[in-house]
Design a protein around this ligand. Sequence first.
Ligand SMILES: [Zn+2]
Length: 377
Amino acid sequence: MRIVNGSIRVGNLFGIPFYISYTWFAIFGVVTISLAFIQYPELYPYWPQRTHILLGSITSLLFFGSVVVHELAHGTVARALGIPVKSITLFLVGGVAHISSEATKPAGELAMAIVGPFSSLMLGAAFGLVWVVSLRIYEPIAAAAGWLASVNVALAIFNMAPGFPMDGGRAFRSILWWLTGNYQMSTTIAIFAGRLLAYLLMLGGLVLIVEDRESMFSGVWIILIGWFLERSARSSQRQLKMRNYLNEYRARDLMTKDYSMVQVDTTLDEIVDKQVTIAMWRRSLVLDGSRLMGIINLNNIRRFARTQWSTVTASQAMIPVEVLVKLSPDDRILDVMERLGEERYGQALVVEENKLLGVLAIENIMDVLATRGGLRV
Ligand SMILES: [Zn+2]
């Protein structure tokens, strides 16, 4: 079990890492309790309590299973299009498939978007079938199937709302993109629709609470979803801008040769004395003779207590060359940025035919973003 950013890794689903966020346990608890102690007891007071509780838990699990199927559908289509899927995560307001990049053609994007709601619709139909069949056979199964059918259909409809980054918004964007050929403008419009929708949801939730105290929970829930959507729409907007700024750069354009060289047996004390005190020291290459062994930077030195600096050598503190990401000078910044951001060391070697051309660090990219963002050019 691994914990990443407040999520627990529970394994793989068809080769896609599957995470559950801590926040999900709260919503799982709420759904289970409301089914087991409110909805089922109200509708079927004559069932024994253990049936309410058992069925409530099973229904809730199947509901979240349905959410996972929805996300897996997105992931499977993305993969079929050759787009890597990093993970699927269940969290407070549902599920999310982390897909590394967006489709390069509108048709692919459209398929990737609508397959989610489509799978929810199919699940709804399947549960509906179970409901019909079990109606005369065993009431608890029919009750659960009926609830799951309607919730899955609702999920499909809600997800098709035409605001980015919801599935419907992505579909809307891809259709606009298809019609106009303008990715930038289509995305901007879809994001605007997404933010509008999010504000409407939040407003709707607020009205619900004010009008009817009994709907407090639903109201808060709707506001939460609206807030989450607004936040993701805004972050999509930022990403779009960033994409714009970085579009034409390649690794060779942004890499730096701003490094000095030290030998493997140099102590940290010596490095600090000779290198760090020079203005703007970022890193040194660590060499064994003329062979590149690794890179050492501020973070690597900081890991050791000051008292150890006189004995620890560069080779003990450095990031070994084998674990650093290697890029080709022609790699597009947009393609490598995400890899670099997730990469623990935040820097990569730019290599051509086994020759080091430079180092590309995440801060080199951030500098460009800051400058171009500041000038809005
Ligand atoms: Zn979806």
